[in-house]
Design a protein around this ligand. Structure first.
Ligand code: ATP
Ligand code: MG
Length: 314
């Protein structure tokens, strides 16, 4: 197997004031010792409810935010030890796509500049070459040449997200991290954009980390899935395994809520206040032992779970 990215015990905590009148602070463990691996050419889905730490994990993997601890290896390079200019060069291999293309695209820039900019930044200099390269990218993202001169406000949400994808693939990256890339779009458009991701992955052999709260979408696009809750991986494995044979009660709950078309919208409180398993207060199969510590992720390459009820014989 050819590993592109390895993440080892990554950690990110935030301190937030309990209230505006209080000097007391809560420690939020947004990413609480997460490890994962991404193989070249494959797609890893990251799922969890709002507030579970998905975006923080995505940002820390790309070092858009510096993790407090742990390691990220990209093609065996330890990102923590890279110098600024080395990191800058590596950026062209690692791109991010955000949820809302309207805020991630510059409203004053036409598509030619938006997609051409990263190419210029990474050394493209001839104007004619640049235009023909951007035209090629437009083809790949399913837009015709008329879009070259359009501004974001002249396009639909789906078209804007296509442009954001075009910008991300312009430098021919090895990894794209897409953070809820279809959540702001109409359901009818979501499938088209997911198909575009599949297309790009196939044609360009790009590895993708696809973040979403919607297990149905993640299931469709991912080879493997990790499920996170309060900054920890509670279950991971091959997509079909996790979806058809979920072990953790949290994963089961997520799958049920997708079936019932009900996903909790308000963020979970990531306060890490109690001892024991983070899922204890919500768990419907909890036992005494679950109060005592945090279960570790155990299993094989196909399927892992962090749950005392599964991992300890009673
Ligand atoms: N810059 C920050 N300062 C303080 N707390 C933060 C910051 N960013 C994230 N958090 C907190 O970290 C936790 C994880 O947030 P994060 O945005 O990573 O979750 P998420 O899974 O991406 O949620 P959503 O589905 O709503 O996007 C939350 O409790 C959040 O309030
Ligand atoms: Mg998020």
């Amino acid at each position: 197997m050819d590993t592109l990215l390895s993440v080892l015990e990554l950690k990110k905590t935030y301190e937030v004031k309990k209230s505006i009148f209080s000097s007391k602070k809560d420690i939020i463990r947004a990413v609480d010792s997460i490890s994962l691996e991404l193989q070249r050419g494959s797609t890893l889905g990251i799922v969890g409810e709002s507030g579970s730490g998905k975006s923080t994990l995505a940002r820390c993997i790309l070092f858009l935010e510096r993790p407090d601890g742990g390691k990220v290896f990209f093609e065996n390079k330890d990102l923590m030890t890279l110098k600024k200019n080395e990191m800058r060069t590596l950026r062209k291999d690692m791109q991010i796509i955000f949820q809302d293309p309207y805020s991630s695209l510059n409203p004053r820039k036409r598509v030619l500049e938006t997609i051409g900019e990263p190419l210029l930044f990474h050394g493209y200099s001839k104007k004619d070459d640049l235009i023909s390269k951007v035209k090629d990218i437009l083809k790949d993202i399913g837009l015709n040449e008329d879009f070259l001169n359009k501004y974001p406000h002249e396009m639909s949400g789906g078209q804007r997200q296509r442009v954001a994808i075009g910008r991300a693939i312009a430098t021919n990256p090895k990894l794209i991290v897409a953070d809820e890339p279809v959540s702001s779009l109409d359901v009818s458009i979501q499938a088209q954009i997911v198909n575009l991701f599949l297309d790009i992955k196939e044609k360009r052999k790009i590895s993708i980390i696809f973040v979403s709260h919607d297990l149905n979408i993640v299931r469709f696009i991912s080879d493997e899935i990790i499920v996170i809750y309060k900054g920890k991986v509670v279950e991971s494995g091959k997509t079909e395994e996790v979806f058809y044979n979920p072990l953790h009660p949290y994963t089961k709950m997520l799958i049920e809520s997708v079936k019932a078309d009900f996903i909790k919208k308000e963020p979970i409180l990531n306060d890490n206040q109690h001892e024991g398993c983070a899922y204890y207060p919500r768990c419907n199969i909890k036992r005494e032992i679950c109060k005592k510590g945090s279960p570790s992720l155990t299993g094989d390459k196909i399927h892992k779970v962090a749950c005392f009820v599964f991992n300890q014989p009673f």
